[in-house]
Design a protein around this ligand. Structure first.
Ligand code: ZN
Length: 292
């Protein structure tokens, strides 16, 4: 699943590519992916893209209708696990049917198109056409952005105190810190030498400082790497920079201990016992109760 660095880099690429282009049509063959009906998707036609931004892990394509003097509309996409985009310099304007990974197409008046795709059978891509980004419940609930300059030690302490539970759960909770998901929370905790099972509301100052530094450093360098990639490269590029996430059974690049995995019903995550838990290896079953 793309997280802050990938979605931010994607938003920047798309902003350069589609800002100023006029939309001819937004077609959504994947009915299940479209979560809103008012305004209708046809309301995007004739509008000009005025910017592409990120909110947490959501992509926001803003389209204005200056001639009509109306307020902008926003096409908000949550790419979820298997969603991504594909750029087409020339796209056919034939009627689209849902076939393969194509979920939606944003067509421009110069013949180019932005396809929104979703691989696999588990369909979780979510598209919204709204008047205000915060009309999307997931956007309205977002906490402070992980790269917000206002996220200092005091703010981080307050956020974690207000959200009792494990550090792993707090860090990947979008309503606490926006933009960090399962993969980067593994990486941040590893860099901070903190256990994913530690209580976030009970960290001492030294641990909080390590966590904040690791958050900034991990996301900052991932964003820097992501900015060097193109749309296709971004989709494939995330895992290569990971030190523990997705690396169960491999040696930790810092201490050489074996990276361990915790499997929950819907996801799994990784940590290094040597770096993070004082050598302790946790049994999965106990963890699944603790990680709620
Ligand atoms: Zn280690």
């Amino acid at each position: 699943m793309p997280e802050l660095p990938e979605v931010q880099a994607l938003a920047e690429i798309l902003d350069r590519r589609v800002r100023g282009r006029r939309i001819v049509a937004f077609t959504v063959p994947s009915i299940a992916a479209l979560k809103t009906y008012d305004p209708p998707v046809s309301a995007l036609a004739g509008r000009e893209v005025t910017g592409v931004q990120r909110h947490g892990k959501f992509l926001d394509i803003e389209a204005s209708d200056a001639a009509a003097g109306g307020a902008p509309l926003h096409l908000i996409a949550h790419l979820s696990r298997a969603g991504w985009v594909r750029w087409r310099e020339r796209a056919s304007d034939t009627r689209l049917v849902q076939r393969g990974p194509l979920a939606a197409r944003l067509r421009f008046d110069d013949g180019a198109a932005l396809d929104i795709t979703e691989m696999g059978t588990e369909k979780r891509l979510a598209l919204h056409v709204v008047r205000d980004p915060s009309d999307v419940a997931g956007v309205g609930r977002l906490g402070v952005d992980a790269l917000d300059e206002g996220l200092d030690l005091e703010r981080l302490r307050e956020l974690l105190r207000a959200r009792p539970g494990t550090l792993k759960a707090a860090l990947s909770d979008q309503s606490v810190i926006a933009g960090v998901g399962n993969a980067y929370s593994d990486e941040i905790l590893h860099a901070a030498r903190l256990s994913p099972f530690a209580r976030g509301d009970r960290l001492d100052d030294a641990a909080l400082a390590r966590l904040l530094a690791a958050l900034r450093e991990t996301l900052g360098s991932a964003l820097e790497q992501a900015r060097a990639l193109d749309i296709d490269g971004l989709k494939e590029g995330k895992r290569s920079g990971m030190r523990v996430h997705g690396r169960t059974g491999e040696p930790c690049p810092v201490c050489g201990d074996t990276v361990r995995e915790v499997s929950l019903a819907s996801r799994s995550f990784q940590y290094c016992p040597g770096c993070q838990t004082g050598g302790r290896v946790y049994a999965d079953r106990r963890m699944s109760r603790l990680m709620r």
